[in-house]
Design a protein around this ligand. Structure first.
Ligand code: RTP
Ligand code: MG
Length: 138
């Protein structure tokens, strides 16, 4: 069984998409092993998106992701890392396959509703950044 870090970004929370996205996760059969709504501290956001530190959009990205509550989710399931990213769709919603979360709800690359870890290494790092072990189901 694999685990990943998923997040509903501030645009998704603001637009009331949390129940819809959790319903999609439930229908798919993934197990929610951690869940909390929170405002991300600037330092945490800079660590989370550290790989993009040198990119031109980094400042905007950190401002956006810390600009309102997010829902942090720890998911468990078979091949959940790639499976959850498949459910999200491409980073740029214009390229996202029909039926994916980003195709259905997002309009811009900057505000694309959800996040998902992109590898087992990122998943472990991001789960550790957002959740204490005692906040997760066994
Ligand atoms: P995420 O990390 O949020 O799950 O998204 P991702 O893997 O699909 O995309 P990634 O390349 O990791 O980029 C992280 C987030 O940065 C914003 N971004 N903006 N303006 C731009 O060109 C640009 N490129 C990326 C997006 O919000 C993207 O999800
Ligand atoms: Mg990414």
């Amino acid at each position: 069984m694999e685990r990943t870090f998923a997040m509903i970004k501030p645009d998704g929370v603001r637009r009331g998409l949390t129940p819809e996205i959790l319903a999609r996760i439930q229908r798919k059969g993934y197990r929610v092993v951690g869940l909390k709504q929170m405002v991300i501290a600037r330092e945490t956001a800079e660590t989370h998106y550290g790989e993009h530190r040198e990119r031109p959009f980094f400042g905007e990205l950190v401002t956006f992701i810390t600009g309102g509550p997010v829902v942090a989710i720890a998911l468990e399931g078979e091949n959940v890392i790639s499976g959850w990213r498949a459910m999200m769709g491409a980073t740029n919603p214009a390229n996202a396959a029909p039926g994916t979360i980003r195709a259905d709800y997002a309009t811009t690359t900057g505000e694309n509703v959800t996040h998902g870890s992109d590898s087992p290494e990122s998943a472990g790092r991001e789960l550790g950044l957002f959740f204490k072990p005692e906040e997760l189901l066994g």
